[in-house]
Design a protein around this ligand. Structure first.
Ligand SMILES: Nc1ncnc2c1ncn2[C@@H]1O[C@H](COP(=O)(O)OP(=O)(O)OP(=O)(O)O)[C@@H](O)[C@H]1O
Ligand SMILES: [Mg+2]
Length: 361
């Protein structure tokens, strides 16, 4: 199992210098608004992904009026001690190391110390743009398939290059270069489509099953992968839309238009679902991510639950906590502003837990 045992924060957001020891699988983090609960679990996220979950720049995480920050975590993974350290220097240059060895490419770290975050604004994943759902899927697959992560990076580069050639049309347009880029673009799009299709065939049924477990109801919910590449091969699709691309000066078709569609009673989920249903679907997606990574790695990712008590009714909350703690093989961090509420939920789990109480000084 994967367990974070020690976390050291230096000049990271509101933490001047702080050392946390974690000796339980279940860790409650408690304190008033603005005390640093979200900052603490975002630091843990940083150590998994080399960046913030809340997509701020590295520089915005440096404590105000100071230069640079450092996050260091000591982990235990299957009886082995591991350390990961992230340093942002005074000039905003980032260094990231695993067991004292510095990475040249941060993407090599992705998937080594996996974690799954569930945060308040994540409900956007259900109601927001398709891009968020693509990113969600990409982050999961990237953690279990390095080639896929590289393919996504490559595809995005090629998309930019292709679009910049299209922008030069017709005056400075380079047809030979356009063909070379388009051929590579097709290869990487085909690969992404194939992997997404394979992955979602097993992932989406999990999401539905988890939704029904959390909701404890027989709601009719469906999930499907939707891609333009399902209609015709990518090569043909690009050809058919070529004149359109030239006119609009950008690539209008491809896997960068993919989405996952959810239906509730055969109607688009995001148009009819209640807030509670949206939240349940969000948790179902994240839990499926957590389970999928476990299946591939043989250990559970660390689960970071930020303010989840605000999101679900008591019954759904208990179902969720039961689901994530019953195997006793995953470390879970849960933040809350109310100590009694947090303790009430943690006691119900009937497993050892630790409470970290934060205060503003
Ligand atoms: N770069 C920074 N330097 C110093 N302080 C910062 C920085 N970025 C954020 N903060 C401070 O961190 C605090 C917010 O921390 P955080 O979001 O972790 O609070 P929280 O405990 O999760 O609160 P809530 O219960 O409202 O969610 C704010 O007081 C903010 O001023
Ligand atoms: Mg918070």
């Amino acid at each position: 199992m994967l367990q974070l045992q020690q976390l050291q924060l230096t000049h990271f957001r509101n933490y001047q210098q702080h050392n946390f020891q974690f000796d339980r699988n279940i860790v409650g983090i408690c304190g008033a608004n603005g005390v640093g609960k979200t900052n603490l679990i975002d630091a843990i996220y940083y150590l998994s992904f080399s960046k913030s979950y809340f997509s701020r720049t590295d520089a915005s995480n440096v404590q105000h009026n100071l230069q640079g920050f450092r996050i260091s975590g000591d982990y235990l993974l299957n009886q082995k001690n591991l350390n990961t350290t992230c340093i942002v220097r005074e000039n905003n240059k980032k260094e990231f190391s695993f067991n004292k060895e510095e990475y040249t490419k941060f993407s090599e770290h992705i998937g080594k110390l996996p974690c799954v975050m569930i945060a308040p604004d994540d409900v956007e994943l259900i109601s927001g743009a398709a891009e968020l759902r693509r990113k969600f899927i990409d982050v999961i697959i990237s953690q279990i398939n390095k080639d896929y992560l590289n393919a996504i990076i490559k595809y995005n580069q090629l998309l930019l290059q292709r679009n910049s050639i299209l922008k030069k049309y017709p005056h400075q347009y380079d047809d030979a270069l356009f063909s070379i880029i388009t051929d590579q673009f097709i290869k990487s799009g085909d690969y992404i489509f194939k992997i997404r299709q394979q992955f979602l065939t097993s992932f989406l049924p999990k999401v539905i099953a988890n939704y029904l477990l959390i909701a404890e109801s027989e709601e009719s919910i469906q999930a499907q992968y939707s891609s333009q590449l399902q209609q015709q091969p990518f090569k043909d699709l690009l050809k058919a839309n070529q004149s359109n691309d030239f006119q609009l000066q950008r690539t209008t078709v491809g896997t960068h238009k993919d989405d996952i569609e959810f239906l509730l009673n055969n109607v688009k989920f995001k148009t009819i679902a209640s807030q509670g249903q949206r939240k349940s679907l969000l948790f179902a997606l994240k839990l499926s991510e957590w389970q999928t990574i476990q299946e591939h790695k043989g250990f559970y990712p660390i689960l970071l639950l930020d303010d989840v008590f605000e999101k679900l009714d008591e019954h759904r909350m208990q179902n969720l906590l039961h689901m994530v703690t019953q195997n006793k093989a995953s470390q879970i961090f849960i933040t809350d502003t109310h100590l009694e509420r947090l303790e009430h939920h943690l006691k119900n789990i009937e497993q050892p837990y630790q409470i970290v109480q934060l205060s503003s000084n």
